[in-house]
Design a protein around this ligand. Structure first.
Ligand code: P6P
Length: 346
């Protein structure tokens, strides 16, 4: 039988970060198994459709958004000093004795729920800053304002044909499949690696007229395929579920783009830095890929708000280096421009 998550943690006793976050990580995994069940049985439990409320983003909440949030909070609040969730404006106080912070999107892609397309949960574990006095009851939300490079652990659960948990503490990215019969996550995808070359790009092409020129040119060159400067054809995917897109990139390569654009609502992108972009960027980087805003490395962005948005470009390192050229930046070693005929627009 494959190694369970518990056995994996015991075997990796030399990973001090993993040992430090283990109790909280296991409680997140427990919550994800409960969310998986709630998602799978929603129609049977009259838990489909809108909750009749909005989240802090002003987005209509699905009933399962609220259910998933509640399951995650219940499972984890005694194992973290504070929690932050996409579904509530302010942080949630936890256990004064803990030195960990948990930030999460309890159910990402929930607009896909009622049409039975994969959705997921995304989470990130941070350390309580050293300058926070022990037991301080009223933690300020600024304790969460840490760069993505400071994350101790990042991961997601994918509620698809199979329920999977994909995690990293910075050493490797490991995928665990949920074994329904035994009620455990078991290691099925060890040491996931992002293919260096992309053959697929993921972007919501209906927004094309709103994109900046570099993104418009990059996507046009991908669409031109073998007839254009890229000299090879690309495929396109858009699931409108970030967890599904990132999982596909971890398993078969590619690049995912949700750029900033000219619309007021997405002038800083759509995805949230703390509980969507940063955890996914950590997973992708540890798996050998790259992640940027188009201008800077994503994990270097200093947060200033709990729910701030950020442009996201992540996936194959060679593709990120190529996209650098369209933005006239050099975030990644631009080895591509020498040995490819990608015309780098000025
Ligand atoms: P659009 C889901 O709402 C989400 O936050 C991500 O999971 C997904 O990649 C994106 O938004 C989809 O956005 O504008 O294409 O619906």
């Amino acid at each position: 039988m494959n190694q369970s998550l518990n056995e994996f943690i015991c075997q990796h006793h030399d990973d001090a970060t993993l040992q430090r976050v283990a109790p909280l990580l296991l409680s997140v995994a427990q919550a994800c198994s409960q969310i998986a069940s709630a998602v799978r049985n929603a129609a049977l439990n009259q838990a489909t459709g809108a909750a009749g409320s909005e989240n802090i983003q002003g987005e209509a909440q699905q009933k399962l958004d609220v259910i998933s949030h509640d399951l995650m909070v219940t499972a984890t609040k005694n194992l973290a000093r504070a929690l932050a969730s996409e579904e509530v404006e302010h942080l949630i106080a936890g256990n004064e004795q803990s030195d960990l912070l948990l930030v999460f999107d309890p159910l990402d892609g929930s607009s896909n729920l009622d049409v039975n397309i994969s959705v997921g949960s995304i989470f990130s574990i941070l350390s309580v800053p050293d300058d926070c006095s022990a037991g301080a009851l009223n933690l300020d939300e600024s304790v969460f304002f840490q760069k993505g490079t400071q994350q101790l652990c990042a991961g997601y659960a994918l509620y698809g044909p199979a329920t999977m948990l994909v995690i990293t503490t910075g050493v490797a990215v490991n995928g665990f499949s949920y074994d329904e019969a035994n009620g455990v996550f078991v290691l099925t995808h060890p040491n996931l690696q992002v293919a260096s070359q992309a053959h697929e790009f993921a972007i919501n092409a209906s927004n094309q007229r709103h994109w900046s020129t570099p993104i418009q040119r990059y996507v046009a060159d991908c669409v031109a395929g073998a007839d254009g400067v890229r000299g090879r054809d690309f495929n396109m995917r858009w699931v409108a579920s970030m967890v599904a897109e990132v999982h596909r990139i971890l398993l078969r390569g590619g690049v995912f783009i949700y750029p900033q654009d000219s619309r007021a609502t997405t002038r800083n992108g759509k995805l949230r830095l703390l509980y969507e972009a940063n955890p996914m960027a950590m997973l992708i980087e540890v798996a050998g890929g790259a992640a940027s805003t188009g201008r800077v490395r994503l994990l270097d962005v200093m947060p200033t708000q709990l729910h701030q948005r950020v442009p996201v470009i992540l996936g194959a390192k060679e593709e990120l280096a190529c996209i650098d050229g369209y933005f006239n930046v050099a975030i990644y070693p631009n080895s591509l421009q020498q040995d490819t005929h990608v015309s780098v627009p000025s």
